[in-house]
Design a protein around this ligand. Sequence first.
Ligand SMILES: [Fe+2]
Ligand SMILES: [Fe+2]
Length: 268
Amino acid sequence: MKRILHISDLHLPARREGQVAALADAVARLRADLLVVSGDLTRRGSRKEFAAAAEFLSALPKPQLVIPGNHDVPLFPLTRMTRPFRRYRKALTEDLAPLHVDDEIAVAGLNTSRGVQARLDWSLGRISGRAVRRATERLSAVPTDRTRIAVTHHPLAPDIADLRRSQVRGAASAVTSLALAGVGIMLHGHLHRPRVDVVDVASRKVVMVGATTALSDRERGGGSGFNVLDIVDGVLTVAESRWNGTSYELEPPRPVPVGASPVVAQPV
Ligand SMILES: [Fe+2]
Ligand SMILES: [Fe+2]
């Protein structure tokens, strides 16, 4: 069995008193094999906010797999366009495409955030063919019995509840390539709402798991919280730990709606 805690969209600093400490406490108590943070650690990509993010992550259990979100590039246009991830790299990690492999799971992070792109709304996601090739090559080198998981900030398959903010350039071919490389679970943030649904990709079932914002008060109907993923013999359950105003409370697992079976792990 492996337990992954999936937190996202922290948007530090938090506005609600006590919520950061409560989140750290909930994460520590749930004893995960891996902590995934799927981007938007800051609000405006400032040095002060990154310092708060680094301090927060340093107090949480390891191992951690962290990727940037669109809020983690500086708001100031010149810095954003020329050196979008310099502050992120300096404060948190040099690696924008981390890989975690253990005896049961292989988890690849891919960067979908940009400081600038050929459309007005640079906060929307984009994924490059090169990043996808690198991830699939690395995942292909992992023993076939590992459950393969991809992590992005933006959703690689649209969430019907928020189609506008689900637009990710390159997502259709990325999701196909990753599915063909055996990825059966894709984690994302950005939409600030929880999500568990299944998409059919290249004759395979892929479970899309979105985490709502862990701390922010900019929720879009989902409250704040984070996801607890348990994988037992290739079968996934997803539960949400929700902020109730004073602490994070674990909800009953949400069903994975794929026929009668919640099986997720895909044979390669
Ligand atoms: Fe966000
Ligand atoms: Fe975002």
